[in-house]
Design a protein around this ligand. Sequence first.
Ligand code: PMP
Length: 356
Amino acid sequence: MNLDDLPIRDDLRGLSPYGAPQIDVPVRLNTNENPYGPSASLVTDLAEAVRHGAAELNRYPDRDALALRADLADYLGHGLTAERVWAANGSNEVIQQILQAFGGPGRCAMGFEPSYSMHSIIAGGTSTEWIPALREEDFGIDPDKAVAAIAEHRPDVVFLTSPNNPTGTALDPAVIARIAEAAPGMVVVDEAYFEFARTGTPSALTLLPGNPRLIVTRTMSKAFAMAGTRLGYLAAHPAVVEALLLVRLPYHLSTLTQTAARVALTHREELLGTVDMLRDERDATVAWLRDLGLKVADSDANFVLFGTFADRHAVWAELLERGVLIREVGPPGWLRVSIGTAEEMAAFRAVLEGIL
Ligand code: PMP
């Protein structure tokens, strides 16, 4: 028997699972992880906390993760409290819960592409119709066109990604505010890469007080260097959190996950200390690629979209052949490189130069 023989949902037939290749090569620059591993002191504290918590693993975890949510609220600032913060297994699960509560059969969600393709994939998984709107040539969003698209389709959920993946483009909060004003339903600002934004870029968190249908999502997978922990979170009006409690699975966040995230938050200065280095490395990468005569999107994230290549797959494959894994993603002809350590970026430059 194979997959096609199963009575699977018609809308899932013929689909491929999402996921970048996980290939063991010397230089992995394809999933926007933070290249710096945890320090010895974080590993020690984590091991101690897990040892302590292990004695109670016969019990379910704190179902509402209240202590973790209070810690996340403290990290976010902006006067947020635990009742305005929610957490799940990666921001992907947060997004899934949002669509379970506010999307679903007979409802639709809109996003501005090119953007993070999991938004539309999770819409599919929750039987929410997906309506793609387009970004401009510079990968920004034209607020007039966005408002017109929203008026036409009346989406139940609007996704705005800032800084955007895979382009790196940050949105002006004034644009987000206009869209939030025009949207009849929920507006989700996916700020997975916010910590990498150029200094002075305001967060959409500043818009929460006047916008009760606004949700800002974040993750510990990127700047926090905790991708393996699987911890994503959001800030929103307390009523939004109440709505998500209706769809979350009981005990969705394991004791071990909650423990690891809380320990990481106590080490946040050290973890976020890598952000400045990664920003500098990013800006240097943008400048270097432009010096080569390539097109490069301005980036406020920990990756850079560059191109354009007549045969981008050939360039990607040649880099891989020489031990450097990047991502074949974005509009036709473009490639995306995540920012690694100085040594990894030197390897990327040497190999790409050899290819070009
Ligand atoms: N949002 C965006 C824009 C992303 O790029 C990613 C990861 N690639 C995520 C959300 C999901 O991250 P996680 O589930 O690890 O929190």
